[in-house]
Write a protein that binds this ligand. Structure first.
Ligand SMILES: [Zn+2]
Length: 276
């Protein structure tokens, strides 16, 4: 059992049952009336999201503007790396747009010696030059961009924000009037992974696997060979043998498990590529 679950159970034991019941009813009510029930693209998982497309775009645009202000001197607007990133992103964006037509897609390449790339809610993508020596080919870069863009189309940040909000509400009701010190309350929130800044929250394992799945189908729909995605993850696996995985991957599922999963989705990806 994880530490978070132990912490939660420890907290619930000794609380009045009625408080737990009320918290359940209130959260159920909020889910029903204040969130949209929708399905993720490709994986068709039912999810509850409170933020609208417009709100997500605003959240992402603010974060994007901040990044560009801070890193203005490092924005790359020419050269082969720039051309490759634009070329691949254009094809991935065209596929993602079918699932999220409201989002405004844009990619920026930043000079940074770090193997990282991400897509903000609403469609703003940032790629660091440090990832290009790892990806090299268009298909491998498409694997990375497909994964990052999938986080945005599957609304993973918005989903996380919703979960955090409901957890806070439920805990406040359950803790209400019962002897819980503010320090204990903060500690409990931290155990449950609640309380960090929304836009920079790490995704859950489940969301990471889902982004792998959706991303693979996206790169295949964009016309890239999905076997190249497997080759890429294998390459990452070999690179991380005996070492810490590269930073951008540290919240991601283990590479060995990832290769296995991606191989399992290959038949679906091959069909997607044929239909491209
Ligand atoms: Zn990810």
């Amino acid at each position: 059992m994880s530490q978070a679950w132990k912490g939660l159970i420890g907290f619930l034991v000794g609380r009045p049952l009625i408080a737990i019941l009320i918290a359940g009813i209130v959260v159920g009510f909020l889910l029903l009336f204040f969130t949209h029930r929708q399905k993720t693209p490709v994986t068709h998982r039912v999810q509850h999201v409170g933020l609208t497309d417009k709100q997500q775009m605003q959240l992402g645009s603010e974060e994007y503007a901040k990044t560009l202000r801070q890193d203005r001197a490092n924005v790359i607007a020419s050269g082969t790396g720039y051309a490759q990133v634009q070329r691949v992103a254009t094809r991935i964006e065209a596929v993602a747009r079918r699932d999220k037509p409201a989002f405004v897609w844009k990619v920026t390449l930043l000079r940074k010696n770090e193997a990282n790339a991400y897509c903000l809610p609403g469609g703003k993508i940032v790629v660091y030059t440090g990832i290009l020596p790892l990806t090299r080919t268009d298909a491998r870069l498409a694997t990375v961009l497909g994964h990052e863009v999938a986080h945005a189309t599957a609304e993973h940040v918005a989903e996380r924000i919703e979960r955090e909000k409901l957890t806070r509400i439920a805990l406040a009701i359950i803790a209400g009037g019962v002897a819980v010190t503010p320090a204990q309350y903060t500690h409990l929130l931290a155990l449950l992974g609640v309380g960090s800044e929304a836009a920079t929250l790490p995704f859950s394992r489940k969301q990471e696997s889902e982004a792998d799945h959706i991303g693979l189908i996206y790169m295949a729909r964009a016309g890239y060979d999905p076997h190249q995605a497997v080759a890429f993850w294998k390459r990452m696996l070999a690179a991380s043998k005996g070492n810490e995985p590269p930073e951008w991957e540290s919240d991601h599922p283990s590479n060995a498990h990832r290769v296995e999963q991606v191989e399992g989705w290959l038949p679906e990806a091959e069909r997607a590529q044929r239909g491209a």
